[in-house]
Every structure is written in structure tokens, then in C-alpha cells.
Design a protein around this ligand. Structure first.
Ligand code: 8GP
Length: 842
């Protein structure tokens, strides 16, 4: 990070000097070497990894000071708190983000320089905290950054997975998964809270007992574990506030069975520990497909139970048993259905443990909880078999039954105007407990329905998605409670996703706008519009993009050993691999482009726009079709990249192990990014916002947040193509009469004929979009193919006019103000949480 950019990024040199002067912390150089000596037994930083460890443990202390001050302040003020309950937090790396957010970058960069290191190299030694799969988990991480930056009293709660998101490697072009062992060298960004732990039970029996003349319910679990708290301080930017992400680690109640050990039964001696630790061992590596595993339900209950006990115990310490005050002091956001068992758990804690009557507890519970839906994929709307729930959480199953009885009874009254038959149909359609449509023997608990009934507010994550939630997915409920339903369009933190990952562009923006206030007030970026057509500014803008492309090219060289043409258009699609996201469509168009280039004369080739196409993303380990798509990308790349005639004009690389850190290098370098899901399937998308902030043009469908991005950027600046969401149902019905494009037929024949090898392996892929008996092209790849090729042609045309391309690029950044997660969080705080900022003294 050049000194110039650092200067331009600073909040203000004076503020930083004041911070350093008032800080009791030792000078960083000495502190870094001290940490190395006393924590790692090293006399000096011999490697970047050593330098990382020394720096991180030193920065950690500054973070803890800020954390303590914030929490003392909040304890004194006792404001209402928001608790963000999420099974996933995709945090990425912490060092750079922490030093920048705390305004310590100058101090630590200087200290490292004195030790002979460069901050960027040192930061590279950190492993990603990858406790999430994709969009939903990364959104949670952005939200924490904004909650802290906006001084909102709030925490995240989740699971401290021992193994995070798997590491993806390519073996002969196929995805292979390796465990992500991220904690082996210790984690300087967490604090184990000794003694702060809660018991969590599973299984067992439920009994009614007499307590005086009152009947009480007693649940005696057959298995118990400790949930041990680990705090991960979350620094806000340009504020003294440091918030918290509290993660729970599962530990055995009894350390070790010495009796069994002495009797020679070593396996049994360790059994409890193993069983307990399994709960927080692995993040389920699924995006949009729930594993019907008991362990997953166990994980969900585990972190929800510990989090609610934790919040209630803090509440009681201040307010005793005045639980009617709870909704004024705490609210919980359920990040998708994963934490929905909170509805039943809060009822259990209030009724069984605290002795409240049912109705009072229900009023409190529904006031405290809110639910966000993140996907329309039906397979991801969790439903647990009643049998599984009753076995693992018998008391919760009873509570859900009582909730459902009350709910369906209330519904009967509410719908009394309807004819009996119609009423019964509606009630049955909205029952939280219902038959499995594919197996009439099995009853299911519908977690989304439970979340809606148990919450005050329900929201989708982009305007179109919130409408789909209202009009389709939860339409029955919307008709009953229209005012419960809201939209909260997603956002991303402009700190990590523009200022810190692209300091060169950030400096140029700061220089142009005259201050760096845009970092916390992204609406200010709109002033860049006035410069969009200025050739001098465009030149500077282009120079930054080119430098970032060089950096990405160096990474491609490191991974694949190839040098790519950095004057080519960098065309990128990075996201989880899924049929609905249609990486397949992208590859097909690359094949078509290749075939066209092959047919051209050398003269014609001179006029072609060169492209470097990059695709990255993980496929869920059990998602066979997604894995075939990855193989198709690598197979096509193998052919194209080796062709001396065209390789400077077209190359295709798969970037393995796509994660937060890789995104921080890829996004600033991108010129065109692809968001080409079948309309109506991508709830929002958030990488589209990151690309937009970094001045990357978008080719996309009229889907998710693409729509709002286009509105803010100017629809004419975006390459929009394809069928619209409201046409999808009809098109699916008419699919068998669809006449495919001749170019499509040609490519399909090429793949089937083995042009890229592996033809048997690709057969199911070809069938899935062509063979009515097999696949029916559910995601309408064939329908959008021709329109997509047209849009790609338009991309080439505009790219040839660099001044127009750069104008658009600047307009993207200028239009990205809306997509700061600060805006999103402000909306949640005002419309749903009713939580107000409370900033500690500096
Ligand atoms: C994602 C959506 O697919 C994406 O469009 C959206 O931007 C993001 O959430 C944040 O709102 N959904 C998920 O990541 C998701 O549903 N994951 C769970 C199934 C694991």
C-alpha cells in the first residue's frame, strides 16, 4: 500500500496523532518483537508469518482496549441491543481490516517497515476465517462492520466451527475438497471467555410435575454439552465503538472418563469429548441445499440455546425478572431459517424456566424476533421431520405443537368468512406442521412458517425478492399479515470492499472529492458523476484499473503458470457454483466466442476484443451437477489456453478456492462481471454491489439487486438481457415447444462429440438442458442463450470505445452509494429493530 494512498485514506492525521498520543499502548515495533519473544519464543521475525503473528497479537491488545471501553459504556447506558443470530459468518482476514478501522495503519506499517516487512505481505500470512458458505454468511460479516461503525449496540452470535468452509483444490480439473484447518496456529482475533459457558441439552424426556399447586414442565435431556463463549471484537471505522461476535464452542460436560480409562477402555474414556466436540466441528458446506442431518439441527439448537441463555442472564442481572421489558432491551434477527428454533427456545426459557404464563411469553417472544429470508430455492426452506425434532428436542416439539394449535385456531377465527372447505384448505396450507408432500407417512416442521408466525417482521433482501416472498413463497401469510412483510435491500461494507481492498481507487476518489467522508457516507460518491466524461480523470481511473489487473495477472501466473494479456477485457464470474447462477451459460458463450475467433482471418482477429475470462466458486460437495460445471470450465480452458492462434485473444481460467481474500484481489481488477441467474432466482446477490463500487461493468439478468444497481447506475450503462421473472412460469410450461438457437445446437454437439474430452462426464450436463425427459432446462439456459450472446456483442462494442467504457465505469462507482451496508443497517435499525446509536467517549 503506497504511502500516498495511506495518507489520503486516513480519517485525519490529527485524529490519528491524538489517538496515538492518548494511547497507553507501547510503540508497535517493540511490541511486535515482544509478542514474538514471549508468545512464540522467537527472537526476531524471520518470516512474514512471524511478522504477522507479532503484529496481530499486538493489534489485538488495542482492539481489546476499545472493546472494553465500548462494553463498559453500553453496560452503563443499558440501550436496546440487536442480536444477529446466524449459523454463518464469513469474516475473511482481520489484520488489515482491524488496523484500518482502528486508524492504526500508519503506525503499524511504519513499525513493520522498520522490521523489514511490508504490511501487504504480512497480511498475506493470515488465514481466512471462513465460517460461512457464501452470500448469507458474508452479508452477516458486512452487517457486523456496519453495526459497529454506526455505533449501534449489537452483537453477532454464531458457532465457532473448528473446520470452516472446505478448501477447494483442482485435481485434473475436477473439484476436490480438503478440510479447512484454520485454528492450528492459534487465533489472535478471539478471546476465550473462561467461565462463560452454558449448558445445552438434547434428547431425553419431558414430564409434568407439581410445584405447589402449579403444574410445571420438566425436561430432562439425555445428553448435555457446554457451550463455551469466544468473543471476536468487531471494530467500527472512524468511531471508538468496537462491537462483538460471540461464537460458541461445544465442550464435554465431563472432561474425561477416568474410570473407563483405568479399566482399559480408552475409546469410551474419550467418547463424551468426541460427541460434544462434533457439534461445533464442521460447517455444513451447502449453499441452498440443506443436509437432512440430525447434526445440523443439533448445531442450530446449540448456538441458539446458548445465545438466548446468555442474553437472558445479562438481562436478569440488570432487570431481574421484569421480562415484560425484554422487547425494549433486546431483539433478535434470524438470519434465514437456521436459527428459527429460537421461537420455541425463547418460549421454553420464559415458560418452563422463568415461570411466565404462555400468553405473556408469546407476546414477548413475537416482539423480540424477526426473520430474514435469503433464498427462493425451495430445497433450502428448511423442514425438519417431526420424528427427528421429537427425538432430539422433545420439549421444543411439544412447544411447536402448542404454537401451531394456537395459530391454526386463531387462523380459523380470522378466516371465518370463508366456506368451511376453503377455510380448512387454507389452514392446512399454513400449518407449521404438515405432511411431507413426497411421503405422506412423514410429518414435517416447516421452519419458515414457524419463523413467520413467531416474528414481528419478515423481510426479503432486494426489492424483487421481497415481492416474490410476498406474492409467492409466503403469499398465504402475507395475506394474513401484510404489515409484517418488508424489504431490506442488501448492502456491503465500503470499508473492506472499496477503501481497504482498492486503496489506489480510494485515494483517487478522496483526492477528487476533497475528503474521505464517502467511506462512511457513500451517497457522496455520486459527486463522481460530474467527472465521468473528463478525459484527465478517466486516464487516472484507467491507470488504477490497469494496476489492479496487473496484480490479478500475477496471481493467475502464480496459480496457473500462464501470463495473461493485461490489455484484454477482464471478464469475471465468481460465486457459488449453482445451476440457477448459470456459470454454464457463461461457458457456452465462451465456447461460441472461441469458435468465432478460430474462423476469423488474422485481419479480422486484429479487430476482436481480447478477453481474459475467469470463473471461481465452490460446489457443494454433494452437488454433482455443479461439479460437472466446474469440470466443463477447466476442460474448455485447457483447450482454449493452449491454442497459440487465439490465446492472446481469449483465455479461460478457473480460480480455485474462491474465498473472501481472493475476492479482494479479483474485484478491483474486474472490468466486466457476470450476474446472470435465471430471473427470479437470485435473492439479491452482493458481489454485484462490490463490483459496482469498484467501477466494474455488469452483464446481468433482471434479477435480485441487479435491478436496483441498474436503476442507480443508469439502466443504459448496464448490459441487461434475458427473460423477466414474470415470464418464467409460463416459459417453463412451454419449454417442450422451445426451438433452440442453431448456435446452441452446434455447441451442444461439440460437447457431446468430445471437443473438450470427458464426453461421458458432460453428458448429464448436456441432457439437463436439452432432454425433456431428464432435465427440462429448469433454469432456462437455452431460452436466454441468444439474448446473452447479443449482450456480449454489445459489451465488445462498448469496450472498443474506451472513453465510453470508462465513463460507464465511473458511473458505476458513482451510483453505488445505496449499496453500502450502512444504509441497509440503518433501515433495519429504524424499521425493524428500533435500536439507536450509543457511542462511547473516545
Ligand atoms: C444468499 C442469496 O443466494 C443471495 O442472493 C443473497 O445476496 C445472500 O443470500 C444474502 O442475502 N443466500 C444464501 O447464501 C443462502 O440461502 N444460504 C443458505 C442455504 C445456506
Amino acid at each position: 500500500i503506497p504511502a500516498r494512498s495511506r495518507g489520503a485514506l486516513r480519517v485525519s492525521a490529527v485524529a490519528e496523532a491524538e489517538r496515538t498520543a492518548t494511547s497507553s499502548s507501547p510503540a508497535p515495533t517493540g511490541d511486535i518483537t515482544n509478542k514474538l519473544k514471549y508468545l512464540f519464543g522467537k527472537e526476531a521475525a524471520e518470516t512474514p508469518k512471524d511478522a504477522y503473528h507479532g503484529t496481530a497479537w499486538s493489534v489485538r491488545e488495542r482492539l481489546i482496549d476499545s472493546f472494553d471501553k465500548t462494553h463498559e459504556h453500553w453496560k452503563k447506558e443499558d440501550p436496546k441491543f440487536i442480536y444477529y443470530l446466524s449459523a454463518e459468518f464469513l469474516m475473511g482476514r482481520s489484520l488489515t481490516n482491524t488496523v484500518y478501522n482502528l486508524g492504526l495503519e500508519g503506525e503499524y506499517a511504519d513499525a513493520l517497515r522498520q522490521l523489514g516487512y511490508d504490511m501487504e505481505k504480512v497480511a498475506d500470512a493470515e488465514r481466512d476465517a471462513a465460517l460461512g458458505n457464501g452470500g448469507l454468511g458474508r452479508l452477516a460479516a458486512c452487517f457486523l462492520d456496519s453495526i459497529a461503525t454506526l455505533d449501534l449496540p449489537g452483537w453477532g452470535y454464531g458457532i465457532r466451527y473448528k473446520y470452516g468452509m472446505f478448501k477447494q483444490v483442482l485435481k485434473n480439473g475436477y473439484q476436490a475438497e480438503q478440510p479447512d484447518i484454520w485454528l492450528t496456529s492459534g487465533n489472535p482475533w478471539e478471546i476465550r471467555r473462561d467461565g462463560l459457558r452454558f449448558e445445552v441439552g438434547f434428547g431425553g424426556r419431558v414430564e409434568r410435575k407439581k410445584d405447589g399447586n402449579k403444574e410445571v414442565t420438566v425436561w430432562t435431556p439425555s445428553e448435555k454439552v457446554w457451550a463455551q463463549a469466544y468473543d471476536n471484537p468487531i471494530p467500527g471505522f472512524s468511531t471508538p465503538t468496537t462491537s462483538n461476535l460471540r461464537l460458541w464452542d461445544a465442550q464435554p460436560i465431563s472432561e474425561f472418563d477416568l474410570g473407563a480409562f483405568n479399566a482399559g477402555d480408552y475409546d469410551r474414556a474419550m467418547l463424551d469429548r468426541e460427541r460434544a466436540e462434533a457439534i461445533s466441528a464442521v460447517l455444513y458446506p451447502n449453499d441452498s441445499t440443506p443436509e437432512g442431518k440430525e447434526l445440523r439441527l443439533k448445531q442450530q439448537y446449540f448456538f441458539v440455546c446458548a445465545s438466548l441463555q446468555d442474553v437472558l442472564s445479562r438481562f436478569k442481572a440488570t432487570h431481574g425478572t421484569k421480562f415484560e421489558l425484554l422487547p425494549d432491551k433486546a431483539c433478535f434477527q434470524l438470519n434465514d431459517t437456521h436459527p428459527t428454533i429460537a421461537v420455541a427456545e425463547l418460549m421454553r426459557l420464559l415458560v418452563d424456566v422463568e415461570g411466565l404464563d404462555w400468553d405473556a411469553a408469546w407476546t414477548i417472544t413475537t416482539k423480540c424476533l424477526n426473520y430474514t429470508n435469503h433464498t427462493v430455492m425451495p430445497e433450502a426452506l428448511e423442514k425438519w421431520p417431526v420424528k427427528v425434532m421429537a427425538k432430539m428436542l422433545p420439549r421444543h416439539m411439544e412447544i411447536i405443537e402448542v404454537i401451531n394449535e394456537g395459530w391454526t385456531k386463531w387462523l380459523g377465527g380470522h378466516l371465518k368468512e370463508l366456506k368451511a372447505e376453503e377455510r380448512a384448505k387454507r389452514i392446512s396450507a399454513m400449518s407449521i406442521i404438515h405432511e411431507n408432500p413426497w411421503n405422506k407417512e412423514e410429518m414435517l416442521v416447516n421452519m419458515a412458517y414457524l419463523a413467520v408466525v413467531g416474528s414481528s417482521a419478515v423481510n426479503g433482501v432486494a426489492a424483487i425478492h421481497s415481492n416474490i416472498v410476498k406474492d409467492e413463497i409466503l403469499n398465504d401469510f402475507y395475506q394474513i399479515f401484510p404489515s409484517k412483510f418488508q424489504n431490506k435491500t442488501n448492502g456491503v461494507t465500503p470499508r473492506r470492499w472499496l477503501a481497504w481492498c482498492n486503496p489506489e481507487l480510494a485515494s483517487l476518489i478522496t483526492e477528487t472529492l476533497g475528503s474521505n467522508e464517502w467511506i462512511n457516507d457513500t451517497e457522496k460518491l455520486s459527486a463522481l458523476r460530474a467527472h465521468a466524461s473528463d478525459p484527465t480523470f478517466q486516464k487516472k481511473w484507467a491507470a488504477v484499473k490497469h494496476a489492479k489487473k496487473e496484480k490479478l495477472a500475477a496471481l493467475i501466473k502464480k496459480i496457473h503458470g500462464d501470463s495473461v494479456n493485461t490489455n484484454a477485457l477482464f471478464d469475471i464470474q465468481i460465486k457459488r457454483i449453482h445451476e440457477y447462477k448459470r456459470q454454464y451459460l457463461n461457458v457456452l458463450s465462451i465456447i461460441w466466442r472461441y469458435k468465432q475467433l478460430k474462423k476469423m482471418t488474422p485481419e479480422q482477429r486484429k479487430k476482436a476484443v481480447p478477453r481474459v475470462c475467469l470463473i471461481g466458486g465452490k460446489a457443494a460437495s454433494a452437488y454433482d451437477m455443479a461439479k460437472r460445471i466446474i469440470r466443463l470450465v477447466t476442460a474448455v480452458g485447457d483447450v482454449i489456453n493452449k491454442d497459440p492462434e487465439t490465446k492472446d485473444l481469449l483465455s479461460l481460467y478457473f480460480l480455485p478456492d474462491y474465498n473472501v481474500t481472493l475476492a479482494e484481489t479479483i474485484i478491483p481488477a474486474a472490468e466486466l462481471s457476470q450476474h446472470i441467474s435465471t430471473a427470479g432466482t437470485e435473492a439479491s446477490g452482493t458481489s454485484n454491489m462490490k463490483f459496482q463500487m469498484n467501477g466494474c461493468l455488469i452483464i446481468g439478468t433482471w434479477d435480485g439487486a441487479n435491478i436496483e444497481i441498474a436503476e442507480e447506475t443508469g439502466v443504459d450503462n448496464v448490459f441487461v438481457f434475458g427473460v423477466r421473472a414474470d415470464e418464467i412460469n409460463q416459459l417453463r410450461k412451454e419449454r417442450k415447444n422451445f426451438k433452440t438457437d442453431p448456435r446452441w445446437d452446434e455447441i451442444m454437439k461439440d460437447i457431446e462429440g468430445g471437443m473438450f474430452g470427458d464426453k461421458d462426464y458432460f453428458k448429464p450436463l448436456v441432457d439437463s438442458v436439452n432432454n425433456m425427459k431428464v432435465g427440462n432446462d429448469w433454469f432456462l439456459v437455452a431460452n436466454d442463450f441468444a439474448a446473452y450472446l447479443d449482450a456480449q456483442e454489445e459489451v465488445d462494442k462498448v469496450y472498443k470505445d474506451q472513453s465510453e467504457w470508462l465513463r460507464r465505469s465511473i458511473m458505476y462507482t458513482a451510483g453505488s452509494g445505496k449499496f453500502s451496508s450502512d444504509r441497509t443497517i440503518r433501515e433495519y435499525a429504524e424499521d425493524i429493530w428500533h435500536v439507536k446509536p450509543s457511542r462511547p467517549a473516545a
